[in-house]
Structure formats: C-alpha cells, structure tokens
Design a protein around this ligand. Structure first.
Ligand code: UDP
Ligand code: MG
Length: 325
C-alpha cells in the first residue's frame, strides 16, 4: 500500500472546500493500491475556511489540516504542507479545482514507473489576458537565458513528488521562496504531463499583476545573479560611449574651435547616466534586500493549530536534516 498525502494550500476558499473534497475523493476512490490522506493548509484565511476544515476533518478520518498564524502566502503554505506531510509521496493541488483530480491516477502511474517528480504542464493559457500570457512568456525566456539550469515552462505547483524530493525541499529553508525554481533545482527524474487549466470553481484569484511582478523578480533574483553582471556590462558600455563622446568634443574644440552647444548635450548625458545609476542601484538593492531578509533567519511560517491542537510555533525549521526523516 503506497501512502500519498494531498497537500492543499487554502486562502479564503470557503466556497470550494467541500466541493474540492467530494470531487477529489470521488476520483481517488478508484485508484487501487494507494492510501490517501489530505493535508489542508489554511493560510490565514479571513473567511470561514478554518471552520470548514475543522468540520471536514472531524467528519472524515483522512482529512488533516494545519492552520497558519496569519497569511504567509502560497509558497510558505506549501512548505508547511511539505514539512508535515507523511507517506511515500505527496501531491500538491490548488483548492479551487483548477487542477483536475482526474490527472492523479496518471501521475501515480508515472511515479510507479520510476519518476520522482511528475508535474502537470498546462497546454494553453487561454484563460489569461494577452498581456499576462506574453509577460509569462518573456519571464520564462529571460530566466532561461540567464540561469544555469532550465526552469520548467508552464508548469505550476500541481505535481506529485516522491518522498526523496520532499526531503530535499525540506532542506531549503529560505524565506523568499520561488518554489517553481526549487522543484527544478532539486533535480531527480522529472516527467511532465499535459493538462488543461480549468476555471476557478468559485471565488476569485488572489494574484494581482503586482503580485505576479513580485513573483517574477523573486524568480530571477533567487536563482541568478546575472542582473548584477548586467549592470557591470552596462557600466562598461556607458563609460566607453562617454569616452568616445569626450574625444569627439575635445577634437572639435581643439581643431575647429567649436565650443559644442552646452545645455542639451549635458542634460541628455546627465539624465541618461542618472537613469543607468538608479537602475544599477535598484538591482543591487534587490539583492541586498534579500540578503537582509534572509540574514534575519526567521521561520518561513508559524503554525497556529494542527488538527485542532494549538501549537507553540509548529515550524520544523529548527530541525537538523538528519532528524527530519
Ligand atoms: N493561496 C494560499 N495563500 C495565498 C494565496 C493563495 O494558500 O496567499 C492558495 C489558494 O487558496 C489556492 C492556491 O493557492 O488554493 C492558488 O491560488 P489562486 O487560485 O488564487 O491562484 P491562481 O490559480 O490564480 O494562480
Ligand atoms: Mg487558482
């Protein structure tokens, strides 16, 4: 009997939780040879998600839940789930039924064939706006161009992970988490299976454009220092151009006595250089800010309650690797 934990991060999902559970358990009933447990992670929801989870777990033996002390974000919620999951594999799913449970039997098949990380790859982005689609495209290209390993394209968090991957991910305690890249970083055998992203069963997406921008910056800064190198190159380039310009001005002044019209040229150069400097400072700042946050070494999440039991903090962050398994 393989034991598999379904990890479900939930933030304000009161409308979908019951539906999610019924749909998923209906599919899972038909999977032979596996024992499933659910681990819902309530990520500081402001609606009745927690009450619904308490109710569900008192009715259903297979349902466990964690409740974080506030909203820490999906990445942290997933980490809490990974830390507390048990069994031979985990499956991470969104609560809103955008991840079709019908894919789970296929994932398990591939896992049995020896893959450690079976992820669902979205075949289309039709539900998204033109702008969002193209920005996503640009982001993947930029990230792949500059980082040493290939971050998987169009794969989300819907995936089955073998316990080896889970153990590896538990070692990565960084506060600023770009989980998508971390899945790639840990390696192991990966299999992508195509799927079609459904519409949200109810509620609204919590991802604003601003949040997506932040995620993109997160993705780049947490996996590559290429932007820093870019500023060096930019600096070299601008200095080179300035040098040529200076020679031209000197040449003109000495040979033709041309004083070179002052104001427009000066303004252009000053503004251009100011822009380049601010941009470079900003890039350095992004990295410095991350060093600052990480250096505080705070836990990624705090747990308020685990299956009805009040926790003191409940994070396993303090655990040494060898104590974890
Ligand atoms: N989620 C979470 N914490 C957050 C935001 C979202 O745990 O701060 C959960 C949410 O409940 C859902 C999943 O992450 O199960 C995906 O969120 P959403 O559907 O809003 O994102 P999208 O599908 O638009 O990418
Ligand atoms: Mg969703």
């Amino acid at each position: 009997m393989d034991k598999i934990t379904i990890i479900v991060p939930c933030y304000n999902e009161q409308e979908v939780i019951e539906k999610f559970y019924t749909e998923v358990s209906r599919v899972l009933h038909e999977v032979p040879g596996c024992e499933f447990t659910y681990l819902f992670v309530n990520d500081g929801s402001r609606d009745n998600t927690l009450t619904m989870l308490q109710d569900l777990s008192s009715r259903e033996e297979a349902v466990n839940y964690l409740s974080l002390s506030r909203n820490f974000g999906k990445e942290a919620a997933m980490m809490a789930g990974l830390d507390h999951a048990e069994g031979d594999a985990v499956i991470i799913m969104d609560a809103d039924l955008q991840h079709p449970p019908e894919l789970i039997p296929e994932m398990i098949d591939w896992w049995h064939k020896g893959y450690d990380d079976v992820c669902a790859k979205r075949t289309d982005r039709d539900d998204e706006t033109w702008f969002k689609r193209n920005m996503a495209n640009l982001f993947y290209r930029a990230l792949q161009a500059v980082s040493r390993f290939r971050v998987q394209r169009d794969v989300g968090d819907f995936r089955l992970l073998d316990k080896r991957c889970v153990a590896a991910l538990r070692l990565m305690r960084e506060n600023q988490r770009f989980t998508k890249g971390m899945f790639t970083w840990v390696g192991y055998r990966k299999k992508e299976i195509p799927f079609h992203v459904g519409k949200r069963a109810a509620g609204t997406t919590t991802w604003s454009y601003w949040a997506l921008y932040n995620l993109a910056v997160e993705g780049i800064t947490s996996f590559t220092t290429a932007p820093l190198r870019l500023t060096t190159i930019l600096g070299l380039g601008v200095s080179g151009l300035a040098m040529i310009f200076m020679c031209w001005v000197l040449f003109n002044a000495l040979c033709y006595g041309d004083p070179v019209a002052g104001y427009p040229t000066m303004m252009t150069v000053i503004l251009f250089l100011g822009g380049v400097q601010l941009l470079s400072l900003g890039i350095i700042g992004e990295y410095l800010g991350r060093v600052f946050t990480e250096s505080k070494g705070r836990p990624v999440y705090l747990i308020d309650e685990h299956n009805g039991k009040k926790m003191i903090y409940g994070s396993r962050a303090e655990w040494l690797p060898h104590e974890r398994d």
